[in-house]
Design a protein around this ligand. Structure first.
Ligand code: CTP
Length: 490
């Protein structure tokens, strides 16, 4: 079976593929396959007639015919990649996560960025300069002084000719070098010679990440203006290792790059917006707690989308394993009462978006010591009390933001329940989603999945949005919030 070689396509078709693939978060090969499938299924071209499609393609592509122009296939001009004309200098450190840097190069290029790569000598133990060169369509830079190398452009030019420096994976060693001003190889020299923003995606063993030296370096790099994405919690590549230290996923890094470089319109500039996200954990005793399945993906994506539109976003996040969104000030809390206190302290604000799946109840008294099994006594009885309703308290607050948006996670009677929540909680908009296992999204429903299907309920009625990724829901909701805020006169 032949595979699709994108390299052999002409530039215009490649460009079309690049844009469509980036828009759909697919690789270019996947996008090509989906397009061919759609054409064969008759969704493109003369509808449903394979023989007609074949005839049309025969005429368009025969050796005497004019080559197809990509724009002729879409009927309109190509959309611009979010990173077109942007130059990224990617520094790959030596760690097992270096393999993800290869995907990162592709994702950045799919969005139109030009990517140049510097590799440390340790990085070359994990990925080859050959793969990096092929994926970036440029030479991989490795040596500080390479007088024999015709590609050598010098460290100053390397850092000057970029709009942004990305370090992925950022190892403990690279962080330590920059935090302490070392310039002992090309990567550290470029980092210290640059006048451009730097984004670091740390990746290391959880013990290395939690070591006081790394914590110190992380803090001083933050003070020096370095932006971080991740690390996240989870399984490490080394067997039997789990914890905080996993590199953020390539698409999370791309989102952070877009946020740092975004030159798009900023309709929310000067607006302060509070977002709650994730679950809350309500303690039973020092080792046990009540939680729910919320991953924080939707709330974090909304915070990031609002920040991309220029808002000053304050995210109050419950315990999640995903990275803090770039460009957002994030506060971490555990319990509903802490979340309520954090939100109230952040008032006044122009808008507030309550995405968190706040636990409705907590135990009346969480035990100070671990509850033990006592022979003959049976299981303990937990007495629950109601948690504060954060959305309702802000919806009726004397410092109520001009726009208050809530979510309604329902497993039945979606619209009726959402409308009741709109009234009861004093919200302007309720984003209603079906979180039942029957929603057709993900193996265990919307919670934890990357996709969502929502309806927007307001006094004016109900607007149904098609199923899309949580990032797309976030972008659309952020645009709606921007539109609403610009029409609200306060
Ligand atoms: N919410 C909140 N504080 C709570 C409970 C919910 O701020 N203690 C917010 C959520 O962030 C969401 C909205 O209220 O924006 C609705 O949450 P949901 O769990 O759907 O509703 P509940 O009020 O908990 O009602 P029920 O569980 O009975 O459906």
């Amino acid at each position: 079976m032949a595979s699709i070689t994108i390299r052999n396509l002409d530039d215009e078709v490649k460009e079309l593929l690049r844009r469509l693939a980036a828009a759909n978060n697919r690789s270019m090969e996947e996008q090509a396959r989906v397009m061919i499938r759609a054409a064969v299924d008759g969704q493109v071209g003369p509808v449903g007639r394979l023989d007609q499609i074949e005839k049309a393609l025969q005429e368009l592509t025969n050796s005497q015919g004019t080559p197809i122009r990509a724009s002729a296939l879409t009927g309109k001009s190509l959309p611009r990649g979010t990173l077109s004309n942007k130059r990224i200098l990617l520094i790959i450190g030596g760690g097992i996560a270096a393999y993800k840097a290869l995907d990162l190069i592709r994702r950045l290029r799919e969005r139109g960025a030009a990517v140049r790569v510097v590799m440390t000598s340790a990085a070359q133990e994990f990925v080859t300069t050959l793969s990096v060169g092929a994926l970036s369509a440029d030479h991989a830079f490795t040596d500080l002084f390479d007088r024999n190398d015709e590609h050598d452009v010098g460290h100053i030019r390397l850092s000057r000719e970029a709009d942004l420096l990305v370090v992925a994976p950022a190892t403990a060693d690279l962080m330590a070098k920059l935090a302490n001003g070392h310039a002992s190889d090309l990567a550290s020299t470029v980092l210290i010679a640059t006048d451009k923003p730097v984004l670091m995606a740390p990746a290391m063993n959880p013990r290395m990440w939690s070591h006081p030296a790394t914590r110190r370096n992380r803090a001083s790099l933050g003070k020096d203006g370095i932006t971080f994405v991740g690390p996240t919690k989870g399984e490490m590549a080394e067997s039997n290792e789990a914890g905080e230290g996993r590199m953020a996923e390539p698409l999370e890094i791309v989102a952070a790059v877009e946020a740092l470089l975004d030159a798009g319109p900023k309709p929310l500039a000067g607006r302060k917006i509070i977002v709650t996200s994730g679950p809350t954990h309500e303690p039973i005793d020092p080792v046990r707690y009540i939680a729910n399945r919320s991953s924080g993906k939707q709330g974090h994506a909304i915070a990031a989308a609002l920040a991309r539109l220029g808002a000053d976003v304050r995210l109050v996040s419950g315990p999640v394993t995903i990275a803090d969104p770039a460009g957002v000030k994030t506060l971490h809390v555990e319990r509903a009462q802490e979340m309520r206190d954090a939100v109230e302290q952040l008032l006044p604000a122009d808008a507030a978006v309550f995405v968190a799946a706040v636990a409705d109840w907590r135990t009346e008294n969480s035990a100070g010591e671990k509850i033990k099994k006592v022979a003959g006594e049976g299981p303990p009885v937990l007495r629950m009390v109601e948690n504060p309703d954060i959305l309702a308290s802000v919806g009726h607050h004397e410092q109520r933001p001009a726009l208050v948006v809530g979510f309604a996670a329902e497993t039945q009677d979606l619209l009726r329940n959402a409308e009741a929540k709109l009234r009861k909680k004093g919200a302007d908009l309720i984003v209603a989603n079906d979180v039942s296992h029957q929603s057709g999204i993900g193996p265990s429903g919307v919670m934890g999945s990357d996709r969502n299907r929502v309806r927007i309920v307001s006094k004016a009625g109900v607007e149904e949005w098609p199923e899309m990724t949580k990032d797309e829901v976030a972008a659309r909701l952020a645009a709606l919030i921007a539109e609403r805020l610009t029409t609200i006169v306060v």
